[in-house]
Design a protein around this ligand. Sequence first.
Ligand SMILES: Cc1cc2nc3c(=O)[nH]c(=O)nc-3n(C[C@H](O)[C@H](O)[C@H](O)COP(=O)(O)OP(=O)(O)OC[C@H]3O[C@@H](n4cnc5c(N)ncnc54)[C@H](O)[C@@H]3O)c2cc1C
Length: 431
Amino acid sequence: MPQPSPRCASYYSATIHQETDYPRLEGDHRVDVAIIGGGFTGINTALELSERGYRVAVIEANRVGWGASGRNGGQVTGSLSGQDAMLKQLRRTLGAQADDFVWNLRWRGHSILRQRVEKYAIDCDLKFGHLQAAYKPSHIDELKRDHEASQQHEIGRHVHWLDAADTAKVIGTELYHGAIRNDFNMHLHPLNLCLGEARAAVSLGAQIFENSTVIDIVHGDTPVVVGDHGRVTADAVVLAGNAYHRLERRRLGGKLFPASLGIVTTAPLSAEQQASVNPEDLAVYDTRFVLDYYRLTADGRLLFGGGANYSGNASEDIGAELRPRLEHTFPQLKDVALDFQWQGMAGIVINRIPQLGKLSPKVFYAQGYSGHGIATSHIVGEIMAKAVSGQLEEFDLFADMRHWRVPFSDRLGNGLLAAGMWYYQLREKLR
Ligand SMILES: Cc1cc2nc3c(=O)[nH]c(=O)nc-3n(C[C@H](O)[C@H](O)[C@H](O)COP(=O)(O)OP(=O)(O)OC[C@H]3O[C@@H](n4cnc5c(N)ncnc54)[C@H](O)[C@@H]3O)c2cc1C
């Protein structure tokens, strides 16, 4: 019998509270909703539907949280991917209501996630406090605009502007020219969160199948998910494989591009080192298009991510790539030991707006949060669950958004995206 695919050797997989042991999909099954992919999108859709009384099956090729959901930076922020492009498009359909809709969407994932952690007592090292730090003086204006916008809303009481000197007091580097501090934003252990949410769904009756690759979807009135050793017939199917799947190329090819993102963690830092780099235990990212992001883990390591490889291939040596960026930010950590390094695939969308849609009347898909998916996937789980139960208003808003599709990209690879990203990075250097 084939063994489950191993998890990547990350800090997260080394600190799992309770490893999964869900069965393989074998034989024929009948449920209300079949969900392909056991990351945040699939698991949260399953949990939402289970809470509403639906019979659900999640079919995961590897293990729950094996993809981006169990490998990411763990930062839960109100930075909704593609928010400006989304706003532009929504103003055409929603008019003046578009601004409020997008603003509320930015923070909705936080509430869903917090409620879930509380309700199901999920231990995932959840902490509050985040800094978005200006990497160049020319980035300050945009940050200040976002800060001013927050002051017009209830959330404003959690959001503070820090000048360069105040920024250097809360984060031990001279790099930044100012920052927004947001104490509503969070950071956490994403793999333990995803595994806890999966357990919650199972406690409500959901079935999860691991080590079960879906090889086809048979469309129809009662679509069938065809796995390598079994089948699930359902009233509806949700495809949530994001950057890791190759299903439905005719409809989905050229819409989503996998980018490899890398992360390292240091060895546990001493109390003095922790106080010197991050005395208030905040999560941080900077204002660049391809940004650096970091935070301390529960056991006092610096978890540091940055850069992106848009070629569609994994990088050869993440440690060698990230060490100079880490030491540039924190010279006091020069030559620090790196205990873990890993990478994961994020699904990049050209206009960065999450892609929700239908492949046929009963087969839905959701993907593409362009590296900002923890909060978004929780919102999307709710929207997908509503859509499957016939409440289509929010789903339709997303499904109607216009997206670029790059022809032949499956054959040509990510070359065009890599060139596009190079162009954006060049433009940013001139900012
Ligand atoms: C290194 C890195 C750092 C990131 N940092 C952050 C961050 O700090 N904050 C933030 O908000 N976002 C971050 N993100 C983005 C975030 O992790 C993703 O947007 C989110 O996890 C996507 O969830 P998902 O469920 O859609 O996809 P995934 O978690 O990738 O799940 C897809 C699942 O589908 C399964 N699958 C694929 N094909 C099949 C098939 N044929 N049959 C069955 N199963 C299949 C895969 O095995 C996988 O488990 C980061 C991403 C990466 C890679």
